[in-house]
Ligand binder design. Structure first.
Ligand code: 5GP
Ligand code: MG
Ligand code: MG
Length: 180
């Protein structure tokens, strides 16, 4: 285990298990629909890569980069689109893939934006949900694990761009950000 990690919450086997379960559900729910599966960069990239390989239907993928964090461990409340989608959403069944829902600001914004762009349906699949810290309402149709209010890293999730490559999700030692 990495020295900056307090505790592992979900190891590779736990992540694989839940990804397979979500993929099976999505395969059923999107059968015959050709959904547009949207990865929210950068955090969701590893989950997206594993999840789509468990969805056995036609689908298309697109990528969007947004930011609500200006580094650090606290949300600033502002959502900024850094890279927009390439594929038009009009009349598409859209599935947003996220790493974690915290305040809900990012997904609340994206769901409204995608509806404004006339998507036929907008659903969310998140690996992790942190319901305690919600500020704006977000309904996630597919949730991997519900997590406590701690700052998590690994499997795509970063602290100042580090730790995304850890193959597990763990709690970052508070000494890592408190000494800065
Ligand atoms: P929200 O807009 O719901 O507050 O959070 C959106 C983004 O904040 C997430 O997609 C994720 O990138 C980041 N975030 C929220 N909680 C955590 C966390 O515990 N660890 C890390 N590394 N990022 C988080
Ligand atoms: Mg994210
Ligand atoms: Mg981040």
């Amino acid at each position: 285990m990495h020295q900056d990690i307090e505790r592992i919450l979900y190891d590779q086997a736990a992540i694989a298990r839940v990804t397979k379960k979500l993929g099976a559900q999505l395969t059923k729910d999107y059968a015959g629909k050709n959904p547009l599966v949207i990865c929210v960069l950068k955090g969701a990239m590893l989950f997206m890569a594993d999840l789509v390989r468990q969805i056995d239907t036609h689908l298309e993928m697109d990528f969007l980069d947004v930011s609500s964090y200006q580094g650090g461990t606290k949300s600033t409340g502002e959502v900024k689109i850094i890279k927009d989608l390439d594929i038009p959403l009009k009349n598409r069944d859209v599935l947003i893939v996220e790493d974690i829902i915290d305040t809900g600001r990012t997904l609340n914004y994206l769901v409204n934006l995608f509806k404004y762009r006339q998507a036929k349906s907008v659903k969310i699949c998140t690996l992790l949900d942190k319901p305690e810290t919600r500020v704006l309402p977000v309904h996630s149709d597919y949730v991997g694990y519900t997590v406590p209010n701690a700052f998590l890293v690994g499997y795509g999730l970063d602290y100042e761009e580090n730790y995304r490559n850890l193959p597990y999700v763990g709690i970052l030692k508070s000494s890592v950000y408190e000494t800065k």
